[in-house]
Design a protein. Structure first.
Lengths: 209, 140
């Protein structure tokens, strides 16, 4: 099926015009969907850890967006921020319903990304990755969210701030504290596993609240 | 020499700069550490950790079937929603027309009733006056 002139026009619309048209036009909403489905899916996948739930929640995000887009109010922030907020709320509910606060280990993604490595390196990498993922899992939700938006979604701090409703400076501050907390958690897990902490000097940086 | 707060702010800025370089596929760890040797002890370990995050948290592709099926489902849902809304708007418009007509009829009935009462009152008054005139004897 070729791209019609109307579809070409939709590709060329800026976000504000597209959202306006999507209030009643299924093709326009379809364009919005195509622009954001992979990003939302990735965000949810890393927070739930499995394909099935990621697909289910992604469906619900866009169904909810479809339901509420007629009353969506443009407040001058990217439309993606609204979608991420819907996704975040659904994931929080998902965790609460399942009685879990942590992200399930991302075995699928890790195995996929390590597919090209030699077997003897894979085992060692697995252990390091397991510890890293478990450490991420042990972080508070807002810090997990920050890491996902930064490294999976590859969003700049300004856009992360819009999603998380924080200033850019607050995002930078949170990122700094998150790395420190993650490093400490990895060291703790390493000691718990008997691997011993990595030999480095930890600066005496009091963690800001 | 930067104060504690200023130094903390600079470190946060450098960490952020490093993270932004990683997400564009470039690792500026060496450059940043070379430009800021005083901060290297604090930054080096965090840079390595950030590098691990960047290589671990890779985007995952959703299944093409899932993407396509959901798109079709949403398309149908919006068409149904548009039809439902149009039907609702049409019913509401009809209801408003009916209520306007009913309102007009009731108003007319009320006016007619009021006029009837007024006419009735006038007729009774005329009848009363006429009867009274007949009863009063003519003076010689």
């Amino acid at each position: 099926m070729g791209v019609t002139d109307e579809q070409t026009d939709l590709h060329q619309l800026d976000e504000r015009e597209l959202v306006e048209q999507a209030r009643h036009d299924p093709d326009a909403f379809g364009e919005i969907y195509e622009r954001y489905v992979k990003r939302i899916f990735n965000y949810i996948y890393y927070r739930t850890g499995n394909m099935h739930d990621a697909e289910d929640l992604t469906s619900r995000v866009f169904q909810r967006a479809l339901q509420h887009i007629p009353t969506y109010v443009d407040k001058g922030v990217p439309f993606s921020a609204w979608l991420y907020r819907i996704a975040h709320n659904l994931v929080v509910n998902w965790h609460r319903d399942r009685g879990r606060r942590k992200v399930v280990p991302l075995e699928d993604a890790i195995l996929h990304s390590l597919g090209s490595h030699a077997p003897e390196n894979v085992a060692e990498s697995h252990e390091e990755h397991d510890i890293l993922l478990e450490a991420i899992r042990n972080l508070p939700e807002d810090r997990q969210q920050l890491l996902l938006l930064k490294y999976v979604e590859r969003l700049p701090n300004a856009e992360i701030g819009l999603v998380m409703k924080r200033s850019e400076g607050a995002v930078k501050s949170l990122y700094h504290r998150t790395l420190i907390a993650l490093r400490d958690e990895i060291e703790r897990l390493g000691q718990a596993n008997g691997a011993g902490p990595p030999s480095r000097h930890k600066p005496s940086e009091p963690e800001a609240t | 020499m930067l104060s504690g707060i200023g130094r903390k702010k600079r470190i946060r800025g450098l960490l952020s700069e490093h993270a932004d370089s990683l997400i564009t596929g470039e690792d500026r760890s060496a450059d940043i550490l070379a430009d800021h040797p005083d901060e290297a002890p604090q930054l080096e370990g965090l840079f390595k950790l950030a590098n691990r995050l960047a290589t671990t948290a890779t985007p995952v592709e959703p299944s093409p079937d899932f993407v396509e099926n959901l798109k079709g489902k949403l398309y149908q849902l919006q068409i149904l929603e548009n039809e439902r809304r149009a039907a609702w708007d049409s019913r509401r418009e009809q209801a408003m027309k009916v209520s306007r007509v009913l309102g007009l009829i009731i108003s007319i009935i009320a006016i007619v009733a009021l006029l009837a009462r007024f006419a009735s009152a006038i007729i009774r008054l005329v009848a009363f006056l006429t009867a009274r005139r007949r009863k009063t004897p003519a003076t010689a």
